[in-house]
Design a protein around this ligand. Sequence first.
Ligand SMILES: Cc1cc2nc3c(=O)[nH]c(=O)nc-3n(C[C@H](O)[C@H](O)[C@H](O)COP(=O)(O)OP(=O)(O)OC[C@H]3O[C@@H](n4cnc5c(N)ncnc54)[C@H](O)[C@@H]3O)c2cc1C
Length: 200
Amino acid sequence: MFDALIIGGGAAGLSCALVLGSAKEKAFAKNKQVAIITHQKTSHLQSALFNNVLGLNPGTTGASILESGKKQLHDLYPHVNQIENEKVCSISKSTGGFIVETNKNNYEAKLVVIAVGYTNLMTIKGLEQFIEPHPRANIEKDRIWLKNTNHLIEENLYVAGTLAGWRSQFAIASGSGAHVATDILTLWNGGKHVKVHDKI
Ligand SMILES: Cc1cc2nc3c(=O)[nH]c(=O)nc-3n(C[C@H](O)[C@H](O)[C@H](O)COP(=O)(O)OP(=O)(O)OC[C@H]3O[C@@H](n4cnc5c(N)ncnc54)[C@H](O)[C@@H]3O)c2cc1C
């Protein structure tokens, strides 16, 4: 049983995992089991090239971030489980939270973050009732979002990144993932607001 399971290892999912992982010294997060399903074949990062993102060297490719992001997570926060090469097929409710079924395994999690991007090709069963046309994308692109309020779809079910209704920019998607992470940490901290900062 994971305490938090992130689905999708693109800009939002990896950012969410990094911030959750970085809270490992906080008492309320110490024993939490966090995992991310890093199936990355359909990530918009695969074909992206970044010149306009603060902190990224101009010319950085999205494909390289898919690799370096996983490595950063593994090197700094190895306690965050990375589940590779599995695609999520369905999400359903269980007594303790959610059952997430992939093409290879079943996982149980108390809390789930969906960060699979805003394409209408999204086929995860169990989410149909939350799908609506994307509020901030051109209609002819046929993008979708999962209806949410401040990233929360329903209790313990979050959405992050473009699928949360944000415009498709790397910094916005990453920020959305980080936002969700701090919401989860705040939840684990009994409602007391949390941020995770390192200092020189
Ligand atoms: C060609 C191109 C150029 C771009 N250029 C720029 C730019 O110059 N500047 C800029 O700021 N932004 C740019 N972007 C936008 C930026 O890449 C996106 O806004 C950002 O990647 C969106 O992040 P996300 O996390 O919402 O989705 P993604 O990064 O697409 O991540 C979604 C993740 O979910 C995974 N996934 C999907 N389905 C499943 C499933 N069933 N099970 C498990 N995992 C799943 C995917 O494989 C992927 O890893 C560009 C995008 C493209 C396509």
